[in-house]
Design a protein around this ligand. Sequence first.
Ligand code: C2E
Ligand code: MG
Ligand code: MG
Length: 293
Amino acid sequence: HAKNSGANHYRMFRADMAAVIVRYSHIESQLQLALASNALFIDFQPKIDIATGYLCSAEALVRWRNPSLGLMPPSAFLPVATACGLIVPIGQWVLSETCRQLKAWREEGIDIVPIAVNISAVELRDNTLPARIAAILAETRIEAHYLELEVAESSLMHHFSEESKLTLKALRQMGIRIAIDDFGAGSASLKQLRCFPIDTLNIDACFVHDMLDNPRSASFMKALINLGQNLALRVIAKGVETQLQLDQLKAEGCNGAQGFLFNQPLSSSDFRALLLSDQLGQVSRYRLPTTSP
Ligand code: C2E
Ligand code: MG
Ligand code: MG
């Protein structure tokens, strides 16, 4: 009986695997079409300078309007894209679309802000990345400091090589800012981080989420902010959803914040409107911390 059920189990497993593979290759071929047919687009999620309450930058977040599956978040297709290598042309598209958008806004007379683009470890293994980004910047005449690259801490351990570090150094030498994303949630060692060329720590949302209920999380948050400060890095808290969290972050000297308290990711036209109102001095929409240090 055990043998039988084992065989059944095996058949079921195979069926599941086949379904997964079919789904993957379906998504892969559709993604290829999406890239070629403008079905990808970018939302922009603001980041706020905590001391002033001003918009200071935004993060570019890719989305896919799929004709049969609907609007797909990155978690639904980036794993497939990473597995099949499409992440490289998708990343190239996000970078060039971001700079093209900045150029278009600038040509309208809008004051632009730096935009952060997420970069996967796979993209960093390609040492043509600095030259490709340099070409995009030259073509759109966007200065390098308007671009920040976010590299997830979790990706540093696995796909990271000495060559990737040289690629990051080259990017930083061009004037592009480098952030470690989801800091505290990955498993990079402090030894690795020590020799890593960076400007910004984006603290993982889990620390912000728990810091008011859990004293240990609060202590970790404080320690991570201090670590960043002592290394002269900008520290950005991710996933800020409440005024109380913001007040606490301000008291601890955190530089910036991103989260639903301020904005959800915005369509490019909504983000454009925000840039415009910012320019007109109508920035009151952003909550300032209610405490003074
Ligand atoms: P991420 O870099 O950590 O981006 C922040 C994610 O947190 C976004 O999810 C955003 O919508 C969400 N978020 C922001 N504020 C809050 C909040 O206050 N509460 C909660 N619960 N969530 C919040 P999204 O857009 O689904 O992106 C997921 C991930 O996909 C990103 O995480 C990033 O790792 C990846 N990703 C997005 N766009 C790209 C891209 O162009 N290239 C690459 N390689 N990865 C990307
Ligand atoms: Mg990010
Ligand atoms: Mg994340």
